[in-house]
Design a protein around this ligand. Sequence first.
Ligand code: HEM
Length: 371
Amino acid sequence: MNTLFPLGLPAATAFYLCLYLATLVVHLVFMHYVLAGSIYLAVGRVMGRARCQACNWQSIIVDWLPFATGLAITAGVGPLLFAQILYGREFATANLLLSHRWMAILPVLIVCFYLLYLQKSAWIARRAWAWRPAIAATACAGFLFIAWSWTENHLLMLDRAAWPGMYATSSLWYESAGVLPRLAAWCFVAFPSLAIELAWQGRLLGDRLDEPAAANTRVLGLSPVRRLAVTALSGWAGTLLAAWAYWPAIPAAARTAITGPLGGPWLIMAAMALVMQIVAWSITLVSERLTRGMLIVMTAAWVTTLLGIAVLRETIRLAAVDLATGKELHQTALGIGGLPVFLLFAVLNAVAIGWCIRTVRGQLATRSDGT
Ligand code: HEM
């Protein structure tokens, strides 16, 4: 494949790949909030009650993690469908080989979901402080397990040579030099996303990030804006380190695809957007101010980097899987209709969501009236 992604691929295949990538980026936006948010909270909770109460970011994360998890799960469905159209055989084989280990992500996800609600419940408010770090750490461990499972499943799907051995031994663990550094890269890259998402949430909730911070909002001497800058910059430092450690584990053909005509321009685009983010966060770190304009620039650069990362991730897979063999299947899938059914359910869902929002708003208005 010597043409810029996604050019040079059959039209139907390119269409599904673009849909896959667009939906995957949405999954990443929410999944990063969940992954980095749960790690941030697990570490933050260990610092004790006083520091946690001073940290506005922890309060926002506790409040929004359950909703963000719901969004991450829902946004995972789109790429899940397209991955099966594109890489059905590889994806299903890896799922079957990992067997119960793979399916374990479902109960773990359910338990984590409940723990997130428990974390913001009246029940925990009545308990000793020690419950909070314990619950935050358990939820975090669960999300790390889920992330690890996705990474393991992804790498196993690309490693055909490992399939017969795993099948013969019924092993539920796929060992490969790439798993740990790749997982580490996913964990680190989630932090710059969390920083930008928290900055927007803070602004929408009325925090003045472009003004000097009050003394009682500092944690370990860092103002809220500085904490975001440290989160984002250390996240990028960790990502680059993990990517450097992962590079030798990537097969030579995939490395050539990343730096060659297929992925090279995307790599340059992602690198330029990354530099922009690092410069913007460094200015923010020094000035201790985050203006709306700066946040918009950071957000645009962040989305560009995520898109670049998603394409480069796909480039590695395209070097291992020959998508041309499935081109008839992609063409057939493209010809299958169903738009009226989709539209019917889109309308039904929009009505149901609208009804939920109206009901909750009504309840909140009643509560604030004290009636
Ligand atoms: C909230 C917990 C979740 C976490 C922490 C998480 C984490 C991840 C990670 C780290 C990856 C990248 C794997 C890699 O490239 O090495 C990934 C990919 C993906 N995730 Fe999630 N995920 C979560 C939930 C879900 C759910 C519930 C779904 C499905 C409904 C889903 C669908 C996907 C899909 C389709 C991919 C791409 C797989 C591929 O192309 O091979 N995720 N996820």
